[in-house]
Design a protein around this ligand. Sequence first.
Ligand code: PMP
Length: 458
Amino acid sequence: MPLTNVQARDVEALLHPYTPLHRLAETGPLVLDHGKGVCVYDTQGREYIEGMSGLWCAGLGFGDEELIEAAKEQLSRLPYYHLFGGKGMEPAIELAEKLKEIAPMPVSKVFYTSSGSEANDTQVKLAWYYNNARGKPQKKKIISRIKAYHGVTLMTASLTGLPANHRDFDLPLAGVLHTDCPQHYRFAEPGESEAEFVARITASLEALIAREGADTIAAFIAEPVMGAGGVIVPPAGYYERVQEILAANDILFIDDEVINGFGRTGNWWGCQTMGFTPDTLSCAKQLTAAYAPLGAVLIPDAVYDAFVEQSRKIGTFGHGFTYGGHPLGCAIGVKAIDIYQKRDIVGRVRALAPQFAARLARLDDHPLVGNTRAKGLVGGVELVADKATRRAFDPGKGVGAACARACEAHGLILRALGDTIAICPPMIIAAEELDALFDRLERALDDTEALVVRDTLR
Ligand code: PMP
């Protein structure tokens, strides 16, 4: 189909993130115009269920009047201020108080950023600064995991454990170590039980720490349920053992709640769902329900106290972003948390989770589906060439991307992470809308299977 005028202008003017650029002029961008509830509408007026909450972030859907009102009010009162040099403003204070109240561990202070990447980048700088402050200047390496996603800045892209984020960007940077991915379906040895798998990969983490030397390792970073790596839910017992190993080696546990936070997995925080207590925590995305960019780092007493001591010695604490704690984001964040609480979003996610899990499990019988997994209202559908052997498709065929395009044709936006289709609908989704989402996905899977059978994918 020839491109519409707006599509042609888009292709002419934009470098699109995470997009096969060589195909864009041919496939055409999907240009969205407006949104309402769980749906978005393109410039032709076509409706799509937004099954990914945008990028795992628009958890309250689109057009929420309360959030819009909070934004308008803040913009007319004080559209910008910052926190540098000891300045303050009410929305930043109130949001920090709320975050301390709902945090899954004791928190001393909140540090704001504009994004999840900046939050995790800050985590690394804080861990380094902390270890310098407490006289452990050698303790600097960071352990992440294969298939992790922690962002795209130089350091966070290094922590991310996906080839596309490293290859040809000259990454990862030195000092980043990647340990095993806790996905039983893909990485277990033949016949290995989940318990045996957990024992093996946690022993491998211990061995890595011993090999490198615990006195050279500052922190371990993890998303409780891994998102962009393919919606991976680690087996029972995994985090318990990881936490023990980190504690025994004086290694900070950084919890990346950028996707998991604010109810997504059926608790306020993914660490509560997955059973661990972190030392520090990063959040963003649903922090503002995506109505404005904002990230936050939650810092414990021990770390903050060390910073104050360091400041006494060397002067100012030299880190901060122009838009960290932007009043628009903070005012929306306060309102978003208020809505999560008064509309009992966690309760909603828990109530919908059985339907979500059941519809997802129904896909297991589809000829293209090798594995499905879910927690709360986030799930993944892994497409394979051979169900029995779990053989993956040749990545060059782009089967996942073809399935995402088929979803679009049926009025559904989902995201292909390689050949895993991610599902992460707004947490306000109604039961009928959730059924409609899965009905459309089932049709898209059938269409994709037809393409695979006809072998028309490149
Ligand atoms: N951490 C996780 C777990 C994420 O999913 C993301 C974004 N998808 C990030 C960090 C980076 O956030 P941002 O894109 O806001 O920089």
